[in-house]
Design a protein around this ligand. Structure first.
Ligand SMILES: Cc1cc2nc3c(=O)[nH]c(=O)nc-3n(C[C@H](O)[C@H](O)[C@H](O)COP(=O)(O)OP(=O)(O)OC[C@H]3O[C@@H](n4cnc5c(N)ncnc54)[C@H](O)[C@@H]3O)c2cc1C
Length: 526
């Protein structure tokens, strides 16, 4: 559908796809800024075109530097500006400026620090090519990438934490990792020719020996992290179009945002006024909900310091308080929608930090301000010749497209550097993978699955483990794993789980498992 719809006291703006349609919609609403709007569209289209055609070689970039204004006029113009400084210079109507940054949260939190280059590049991509959604959600993307690695003979290990990057003679020589859940297990060392640090750059110094740890710390000490996000996931018992939700991405403006200068303070301000985006996934073929139901997400800028130093009860209470405020505001915009909510859950910056180890729950790595964007970002093996950096924190930046591009560039660089020795093609044996020994009903509501006990697991009854089916036969609208209490005692030679029956694909897959089918068991925990 369209790019986005912005709702505010100044009226609704529907931002369509296509440069011509977008220009027309903006000029129709803000005719006094026709010249500035045309310049904006021309600039962002130019940024994308020129940005994609920049030479990758640092040497070539250096050589052509004096010719930059001629060869890359839009990049040079964008490089001089933040989004705020550019809009202040060329657009007069504050409402137009605020409408143009309605989707700001997807790149940063402050128009006056966000690089115009970094904003313009994806923004024009959205206008020109439309947005794209991964059917079934982003887990499908991770699954696809993992399957590709495995097809090429690689191994993907989840539930392991890298503790050390081993160095010697100016090179990286291996990685030491540990089981994330089972702390009793010994650490494992893998020797290798190259390491890709695809975690947050600020966590890497703790993995390195001196002098690299201090050297990296010194390089990053002045860097600023990007903001985080608060997301509220909503399950509706119907299609919410009937409540007036006409668009895919709906920006609900903060009441106190009257000019561009109000945007950042609004992001840091009260939840009753903070601008948010409500996405209705039923508007695209998202395959996230059954046909008679739908899913939506409310998303706002979030900061870790709003959630730190709260005990568990206070944290939960605050999440619930914020949830109720956001639901009230959603209801105000789309009357009747609240009663159709069957399920909701809130994730905060603290959630993101906990599950991804990104400091401050940062979702885009280092903030894309003028000083930290484009060629000023860390590239590849800047620290040690065979240690490559590929993540939202490195070049070109965050988001799926940015992170995947970063990984691709690291792979290209590795192919060029060719620091390869003869491959050790012995696959890593993951001892957490075990075959099913028996499947039997306990009663009409419960199914029991009995597996060979992983050699590495002390299966204490009452503790929890994550049962992840390796080849689930039914996958519709579900993930192939559950955290379950261990039903067997430590003395038993196998491990048993009792699975409560429901209509989910996971339970259907359990029901269809044959003796010998494999599962991976993470844990124990709890
Ligand atoms: C709620 C939300 C919605 C988003 N929506 C979109 C969207 O619609 N489109 C889009 O383009 N982008 C979106 N993003 C942003 C996007 O997800 C990120 O920018 C991107 O995933 C960053 O990728 P990455 O590979 O750099 O790091 P991450 O995805 O953060 O992955 C880093 C991984 O490293 C692991 N790790 C860290 N330390 C260690 C260690 N010591 N040992 C082992 N593993 C470790 C972490 O567990 C994690 O799995 C969204 C982000 C969030 C939080």
């Amino acid at each position: 559908p369209e790019f986005y719809a912005a709702y505010s006291a100044r009226g609704k703006l529907v931002f369509p796809h296509g440069f011509d349609a977008a220009t027309k919609a903006l000029i129709d609403k803000y005719p006094e800024d026709e010249k500035g709007i045309k310049r904006f569209i021309k600039l962002i289209a130019g940024i994308r075109k020129e940005g994609m055609n920049q030479p990758r070689s640092a040497l070539v970039r250096k050589l052509i530097y004096p010719l930059m204004p001629l060869l890359y006029p839009n990049l040079v113009e964008a490089d001089r500006h933040t989004v705020g400084s550019w809009l202040d210079k060329y657009i007069s109507n504050e409402n137009a400026k605020v409408d143009l940054v309605a989707h700001l949260v997807y790149w940063g939190d402050d128009p006056y620090t966000l690089s115009m280059f970094y904003y313009g590049l994806p923004f024009s991509g959205f206008i020109e090519n439309g947005g794209h959604f991964i059917k079934g959600g982003s887990q499908q993307l991770s699954d696809h990438l993992a399957a590709y690695i495995e097809k090429q003979g690689g191994t993907v290990l989840l539930g392991k934490k890298a503790e050390k990057i081993i160095t010697g003679n100016g090179q990286v020589t291996g990685v030491i990792f540990r089981d994330y859940f089972n702390k009793a297990l010994d650490p494992v060392t893998i020797y290798c020719d190259n390491v890709v640090a695809n975690c947050a750059i600020p966590v890497v110094p703790a993995l390195l020996d001196e002098p690299y740890a201090s050297s990296l710390k010194e390089k990053i000490v002045d860097k600023t992290n990007s903001c985080s996000l608060l997301c509220m996931y909503l399950g509706f018992n119907t299609d919410v179009e009937k409540f007036g939700v006409k668009h895919y991405s709906n920006v609900i403006e903060g009441e106190d945002v009257k000019s561009l200068k109000d945007v950042k303070p609004n992001h840091q301000g009260d939840w009753s006024k903070r601008r948010f985006i409500f996405v209705d996934y039923a508007k695209v073929n998202s395959q996230l909900a059954p046909p008679d139901k739908s899913e939506g997400v409310i998303c706002t800028v979030d900061y870790l310091n709003d959630w730190e130093n709260l005990n568990e009860a206070d944290y939960k209470a605050k999440k619930e308080e914020v949830a109720q405020i956001l639901l009230k505001r959603l209801e105000r915009q789309f009357s009747g929608i609240r009663d159709s909510i069957e399920y909701y859950e809130v994730s905060t910056s603290k959630t993101i930090q906990r599950y991804t180890s990104n400091p401050s729950g940062s979702v885009y790595g280092y903030a894309q301000n003028k000083e930290q964007t484009g060629n000023k970002r860390f590239r590849n093996n800047f620290l040690i010749p065979n240690l490559y950096f590929a993540s939202a924190w490195a070049f070109p930046g965050g988001g799926f497209e940015g992170s995947i591009t970063g990984g691709f560039l690291a792979a290209l660089q590795m192919n060029k550097d060719k620091i390869w020795s003869v491959a050790d093609d012995e696959p890593f044996v993951d001892q957490r993978i075990v075959p099913l020994l028996e499947r039997k009903p306990i009663d009409e509501n419960t199914l029991e699955l009995r597996f060979e006990k992983p050699a590495v697991l002390q299966a204490q009854k009452g503790k929890y483990a994550c049962l992840n089916l390796m080849s689930p036969k039914v996958t519709e609208l579900d993930l192939p794993y559950r955290w379950l209490p261990i039903a067997s005692s430590t003395k038993e030679e196998s491990i048993r789980f009792h699975i409560p029956r429901d209509a989910s694909s996971f339970v259907k897959s359990c029901d269809l498992m044959d003796k010998g089918d494999e599962a991976i068991i993470y844990g124990p925990t709890g």
